[in-house]
Design a protein around this ligand. Structure first.
Ligand SMILES: [Zn+2]
Length: 61
C-alpha cells in the first residue's frame, strides 16, 4: 500500500498538483473543493503531486 503512482488518487490539501496533460498547477485545497479533481484548463482528471514551490529542502545525495 505504499506504491507511489503518478496519478494522485488521494488529495492532500497541503500538497501541490500538476495536470499530467497540460501541466497546469493547482493546490490540493483547490482540488478538494471540486466534486472530483479536474483540470480547470483542459478538463483532464489525472494529476500528479509536485513539490510545493518555496520549499528548499534539498537533501543532496
Ligand atoms: Zn490540464
Amino acid at each position: 500500500m505504499s506504491d507511489e503512482k503518478e496519478n494522485a488518487k488521494q488529495i492532500f490539501p497541503g500538497a501541490m498538483y500538476e495536470c499530467v496533460r497540460c501541466g497546469t498547477r493547482v493546490t490540493g485545497e483547490e482540488l478538494a473543493k471540486l466534486p472530483e479533481p479536474t483540470c480547470a484548463n483542459c478538463g483532464y482528471r489525472a494529476f500528479r503531486k509536485v513539490r510545493r514551490p518555496g520549499i528548499k529542502n534539498l537533501k543532496g545525495q
